[in-house]
Design a protein around this ligand. Structure first.
Ligand code: ADP
Ligand code: ZN
Ligand code: ZN
Length: 723
């Protein structure tokens, strides 16, 4: 279990002192836990007869280097979070559990009699057994790791039982296979870079030491080609490159592109790896066997033997910020780590965050821009559909419908974007006006027509869909539209076309998302309808039209980041249109066509939206001109949460008001979620140091306060969601 502070131990008796970065086992209370040596101390606050000794040392040599321990310590200090949890985040599960860095793994192979089994006969009598045998034939004499079998054939153990009895299978424990990055194929030649790309690349080539670069290029401008060229320089010098990609941006497509262009296999770290696979990739990064390491958020902590470059692709993406537990930003830590390692970091985006743009304006980071699409593709033309003049039925307006028709007739493909899954966001009674709400949250239930259920998207609660009002028994009706309803509307209008819906409901099965996207890219679907999932980083060669339905959701947002977010999400999805020779078109349905936001976006693009938003934030004192920290508390009883935050407020208010503004405590925008009341306190300061000094004091004082036992609380430094 991760612990909130460091603990003093003696080395195990008759054993030399383990180096920092080595794991040890140590008594803790009545248990024995795995710990990591963080530092050697020559004195302790504990009386010498009270210091216990470690029982054994797991690692002869450190598994975390001094550089990695430095990043861990920084993360703990900056996010005011227990260092034990940061160490836990930095280590693969097997290492946390105390397994060897090079564990042996359960491996299954065919025995000699298994190899000569009569498959034909088995196929008829016991098809599952035949399937397992065939799988193991393909695996060859080295056999297959049990973990992989579990992944490919989930119930293989049950099947294997009979085969073991027949003597067809063998089980042994082998040292886990080492990562080998050799592919045996030569890298594919890159395209000739255009002038902008060339210029960006030569600036990048000018620095081997720390420097932060914002690679700001419209979608399809060839940012990836620029990264690839710089990565190529690095791997040729046998330096390692760490690439961070967003959760859903880390597609097989990106990995395949890296493989093809660099001619080596990347070590990939993402959420669906088995524990052994994760450890193998981690080990390869640590030993230097992998020169290219690609991963999502948590791979920022991966050890590197010979670091040369860090890249953050799509730096604006929210999945870089962890929203629970250790609330770190992998994007921000990438910059810190690059600085600690004295290597360059490249942050790429078509819609950079205002934080990054501000750093560039201040001269701290270097701004590289790619203003035009590469390879001759033109930027898509963007226009509004005024819903007051052309009302929509089930989300679809006539101008959008006829544009779809026009594009499909011309051989193109259409993507219709609606960031709301389900059939309708609200279920209302036609006679008494009762709205179906969640019993555990302050939220409405979403109608899911396909699964005939009402679901809460906040706590996951679900109940069967009833056509009658729970209050008066009259007929209820769904209000508003989600992707299911929009899909129905499109099917009614285009009965002969192939329509695919892509959202987290339609892609629950493992591998389903890749399958659907693969088909979509091949041009097998005429119309794609879906959520965010469709908007990130994908390249659909045939796609020429993007329709944005219900774009108004963010126009009146209360968050100071609303405009920035909305521009990002619209431009990211718009960027899917017309990436090849055929020009793209983007239609945005809005009931507020006169709203200043649209005028700015359409006339000036992202840059203008960003400039205006920055000017406004400067006026109003929001980030990046100030720093924020949010203290959240939740409890079964609302008063406990508020009382806790009131204690925090009083502590914080002891600081001079010109250094620190304290806002709240207030109820969270959704005060009740999953049966708990939530409230928050916002701290704002123009001085980062002042803010952090207050947070450090606050954390200690709050941990010691009795009221903290009644609440769940957290500190969120640089929050990106203010609730
Ligand atoms: P981004 O990462 O900015 O979205 P990509 O690097 O994926 O852009 O490039 C978009 C498309 O343009 C890809 O198909 C890529 O192969 C192509 N491309 C990029 N640079 C060039 C170039 N200099 N010449 C020709 N095609 C290019
Ligand atoms: Zn009713
Ligand atoms: Zn709920």
């Amino acid at each position: 279990m991760p612990l909130s502070r460091e603990f003093d131990y003696l080395p195990p008796p008759d054993c030399s002192l383990p180096m920092p970065g080595c794991r040890v086992r140590a008594p803790f209370g009545r248990r024995r836990e795995v710990g990591v040596v963080l530092a050697h101390a020559d004195k302790s606050a504990l009386a010498s007869n009270r210091i216990r000794a470690c029982t054994d040392v797991i690692d002869e040599t450190p598994i975390l280097s001094a550089a990695e321990l430095r990043l861990i310590r920084f993360t703990s200090d900056y996010y005011h979070h227990p260092i034990g949890e940061v160490v836990a985040a930095a280590l693969p599960a097997l290492l946390r559990q105390g397994r060897a860095l090079h564990p042996t793994v359960e491996t299954i192979a065919l025995s000699t009699s298994g190899e000569s089994a009569d498959i034909e006969a088995l196929v008829r009598r016991a098809p599952k057994q035949a399937e397992l045998i065939e799988f193991l034939i393909d695996a060859g004499s080295a056999g297959c790791e049990a973990d992989r079998l579990t992944e490919e054939l989930p119930n293989w153990r049950r099947t294997a039982k009979a085969l073991f009895e027949k003597g067809y299978l063998e089980r042994f424990y082998a040292r886990a296979a080492d990562f080998d990055e050799r592919l045996g194929v030569a890298p594919v030649e890159p395209p000739t870079l255009n002038d902008h790309q060339q210029q960006a690349l030569s600036t990048l080539r000018g620095s081997d030491r720390f420097d932060a670069f914002l690679l700001d290029g419209v979608t399809g401008s060839g940012k990836t080609e620029v990264y690839l060229a710089r990565m190529h320089d690095m791997v040729r010098q046998h330096k390692q490159v760490l690439v961070l990609a967003p959760e859903i941006g880390l597609t097989p497509q990106l990995v395949a592109r890296l493989r093809k262009r660099l001619g080596i296999e990347p070590a990939v770290l993402h959420s669906s790896l088995s524990d052994n696979e994760r450890l193998a990739a981690w080990r390869a990064a640590r030993s230097g066997a992998a020169r290219l390491i690609v991963g999502t958020r948590s791979s920022i902590f991966t050890p590197l033997k010979n670091p040369g470059l860090i890249i953050v692709d799509e730096e604006h993406d929210h999945s870089f910020k962890q929203q629970e537990g250790l609330r770190y930003s992998a994007r921000d830590l990438a910059i810190v780590r690059a600085k600690q390692l004295d290597v360059p970091v490249i942050l790429g985006s078509a819609t950079p965050t205002l934080e990054m743009l501000h750093h560039c304006h201040e001269g701290r980071y270097r701004h590289l821009s790619l203003p035009a699409r590469a390879g001759g593709a033109r930027p898509p033309a963007m226009r509004l559909v005024d819903l007051l003049r052309s009302p929509a039925t089930d989300g679809l307006s006539e101008p959008l419908a006829s544009a779809i028709e026009r594009h499909l007739d011309a051989g193109g493909q259409a993507l219709i974007f609606l960031n709301r899954r389900g059939f309708a966001p609200t279920l209302i009674c036609g006679s008494c006006g009762h709205v179906a709400g969640c019993q555990r949250c302050d939220s409405r239930l979403t109608v899911h027509a396909r699964s005939k259920a009402l679901r809460c998207h906040h706590c996951g609660a679900s109940r069967p869909l009833d056509e009658h009002c729970g209050e008066c028994g009259s007929t209820v009706k769904p209000l508003g539209e989600g992707t299911e309803r929009l899909e129905d509307a499109l099917r009614a209008r285009f009965p002969d076309r192939v329509i695919m819906r892509v959202d987290s409901d339609s892609t629950q099965r493992k591998g389903a998302i890749q399958e659907v996207l693969g088909q979509a890219k091949e041009g097998e679907a005429d119309i794609l309808v879906g959520t965010q999932m469709l908007s990130k980083g994908h390249h659909f060669p045939h796609l020429t039209l993007v329709g944005v339905v219900n774009a108004d959701q963010g126009l009146f947002g209360t968050d100071f980041r609303s405009a920035e977010r909305m521009a990002q999400s619209i431009l990211q999805v718009a960027g899917r249109a017309g990436r090849e020779s055929r020009p793209g078109e983007v239609l945005i349905q809005t009931a507020f066509a006169e709203h200043a936001f649209w005028q700015t976006l359409i006339a000036g693009g992202y840059q203008k939206v960003a400039d205006e938003a920055l000017a406004e934030r400067k006026r109003t004192g929001w980030p990046p001109f100030t720093r924020l920290a949010l203290i959240r508390a939740s409890a079964h009883d609302r008063n406990d949460a508020l009382e806790f935050l009131e204690v925090a407020r009083r502590l914080a208010a002891r600081n001079p008001a010109n250094l620190l503004r304290v806002l709240g405590p207030v109820d969270a925008p959704m005060a009740r979620k999953a049966g708990r009341y939530r409230a928050q306190l916002l701290l704002q300061s123009g001085e980062r140091k002042a803010l952090h000094a207050v947070l450090a004091q606050l954390r200690v004082a709050l941990e010691e306060n009795r009221i903290s036992r009644k609440v769940r609380w957290s500190i969120d430094v640089d929050p990106i969601e203010l609730f």
